[in-house]
Write a protein that binds this ligand. Structure first.
Ligand code: DAH
Length: 299
């Protein structure tokens, strides 16, 4: 009896299942035939529409995007840095006068006498990268930097973007081309007026400072300094355990707040850090306006 019952049961349940899926299919077809979605309706932003991306974050993303397109990857280092990496390995030995220029925030000395500092520039990321990565190297390093300085055009914390290229054949011409291409893409112009002025940094030789013609931002006849750069000093390459006879390359350090003010016409540096919601509403970016090379930047 059991066997017979079981075979009846399986016939009945397979009919039930078949009918169930027929009904389900019919219901689905009917919904597809009658329901429509209007894909032209604008997206409702909801709470995200209230927030704003800070102009500095926006420009971090824009700059990263432009350099990524040129084959650079992003490297990082800590805000609290050793004296050795912030200065000594960058060819700024103790007692070197360049240390005074930096208005450094020093931590209390450690038992062994060494001191940690709030990094005064993003250049120590050059050292960190060369210590752990063999050439060819092509990185940018955006981040916060600190100097004990505060007035209308200086804040104790500000932002820089470091760049470093190390291989066997990179020269000053590559540096110029890279920076020119960057400026054209960043300021969204076909031609950009740039001026390389001879300068001095302990970690580069030769060194230059770069100004851009301010006509791009509606101030004809004026120049604005945006970065320092040069060919990486052989001592720096040697300090990272690489052979300067074999490897060479360029580096640059750009003031991020500076280029943000230039591009978006923001007059006062201090407002960047005042956490004023009205200011952020005015100069900030909507979260959906993420910058892409293909789509251009939002404004
Ligand atoms: N670190 C320098 C500063 O903050 C800027 C700089 C100059 C960085 C030249 C570089 C460079 O990488 O090559 O004043």
């Amino acid at each position: 009896m059991g066997e017979a019952n079981n075979s009846v049961k399986s016939v009945v349940s397979s009919y039930l299942q078949e009918r169930h899926s027929e009904l389900h299919q019919a219901e689905l077809s009917q919904r597809l035939a009658t329901e429509t979605a209007d894909i032209t309706l604008p997206v409702r932003l909801g709470p995200q529409g209230e927030g704003r991306i800070h102009p500095v974050s926006q420009v971090f993303d824009e700059v990263t995007e432009i350099f990524a397109d040129m084959g650079f990857s992003v490297a990082e280092g800590p805000d609290i840095e050793t004296d050795d990496l912030n200065f000594t390995k960058l060819n700024i030995p103790p007692e070197h006068p360049a240390r005074q220029d930096h208005d450094t925030f020093y931590m209390r000395p450690r038992p062994d006498g060494t001191r940690l500092v709030l990094r005064t520039h993003t250049s120590p990321v050059q050292i960190r990268t060369m210590l752990k990565q063999k050439p060819p190297i092509r990185i940018i390093a955006p981040g916060r930097v600190y100097r004990c300085d505060s007035d209308q055009t200086h804040t104790p914390m500000f932002h820089q973007i470091e760049g470093l290229v190390i291989d066997e054949a990179t020269h000053m011409g590559h540096l110029k081309w890279t920076l020119e291409e960057f400026c054209k893409a960043f300021f969204e112009v076909d031609e950009v007026k740039m001026r390389f002025r001879a300068s001095h940094f302990p970690f580069t030789e030769p060194s230059a400072e770069v100004d851009v013609g301010a006509e791009a931002i509606g101030r004809p006849g004026q120049w604005l300094e945006i970065l320092g750069c040069g060919m990486v000093h052989p001592n720096v390459i040697r300090n990272c355990g690489l052979d300067p006879e074999k490897y060479q390359g360029f580096a640059f350090g750009m003031g991020l707040d500076r280029i943000t003010m230039l591009k978006y016409g923001i007059p006062d540096l201090r407002a960047f850090f005042s956490a004023d919601m009205r200011w952020l509403k005015h100069f900030g970016f909507l979260p959906f306006d993420v910058p892409t090379l293909a789509g251009g930047t939002a404004s």
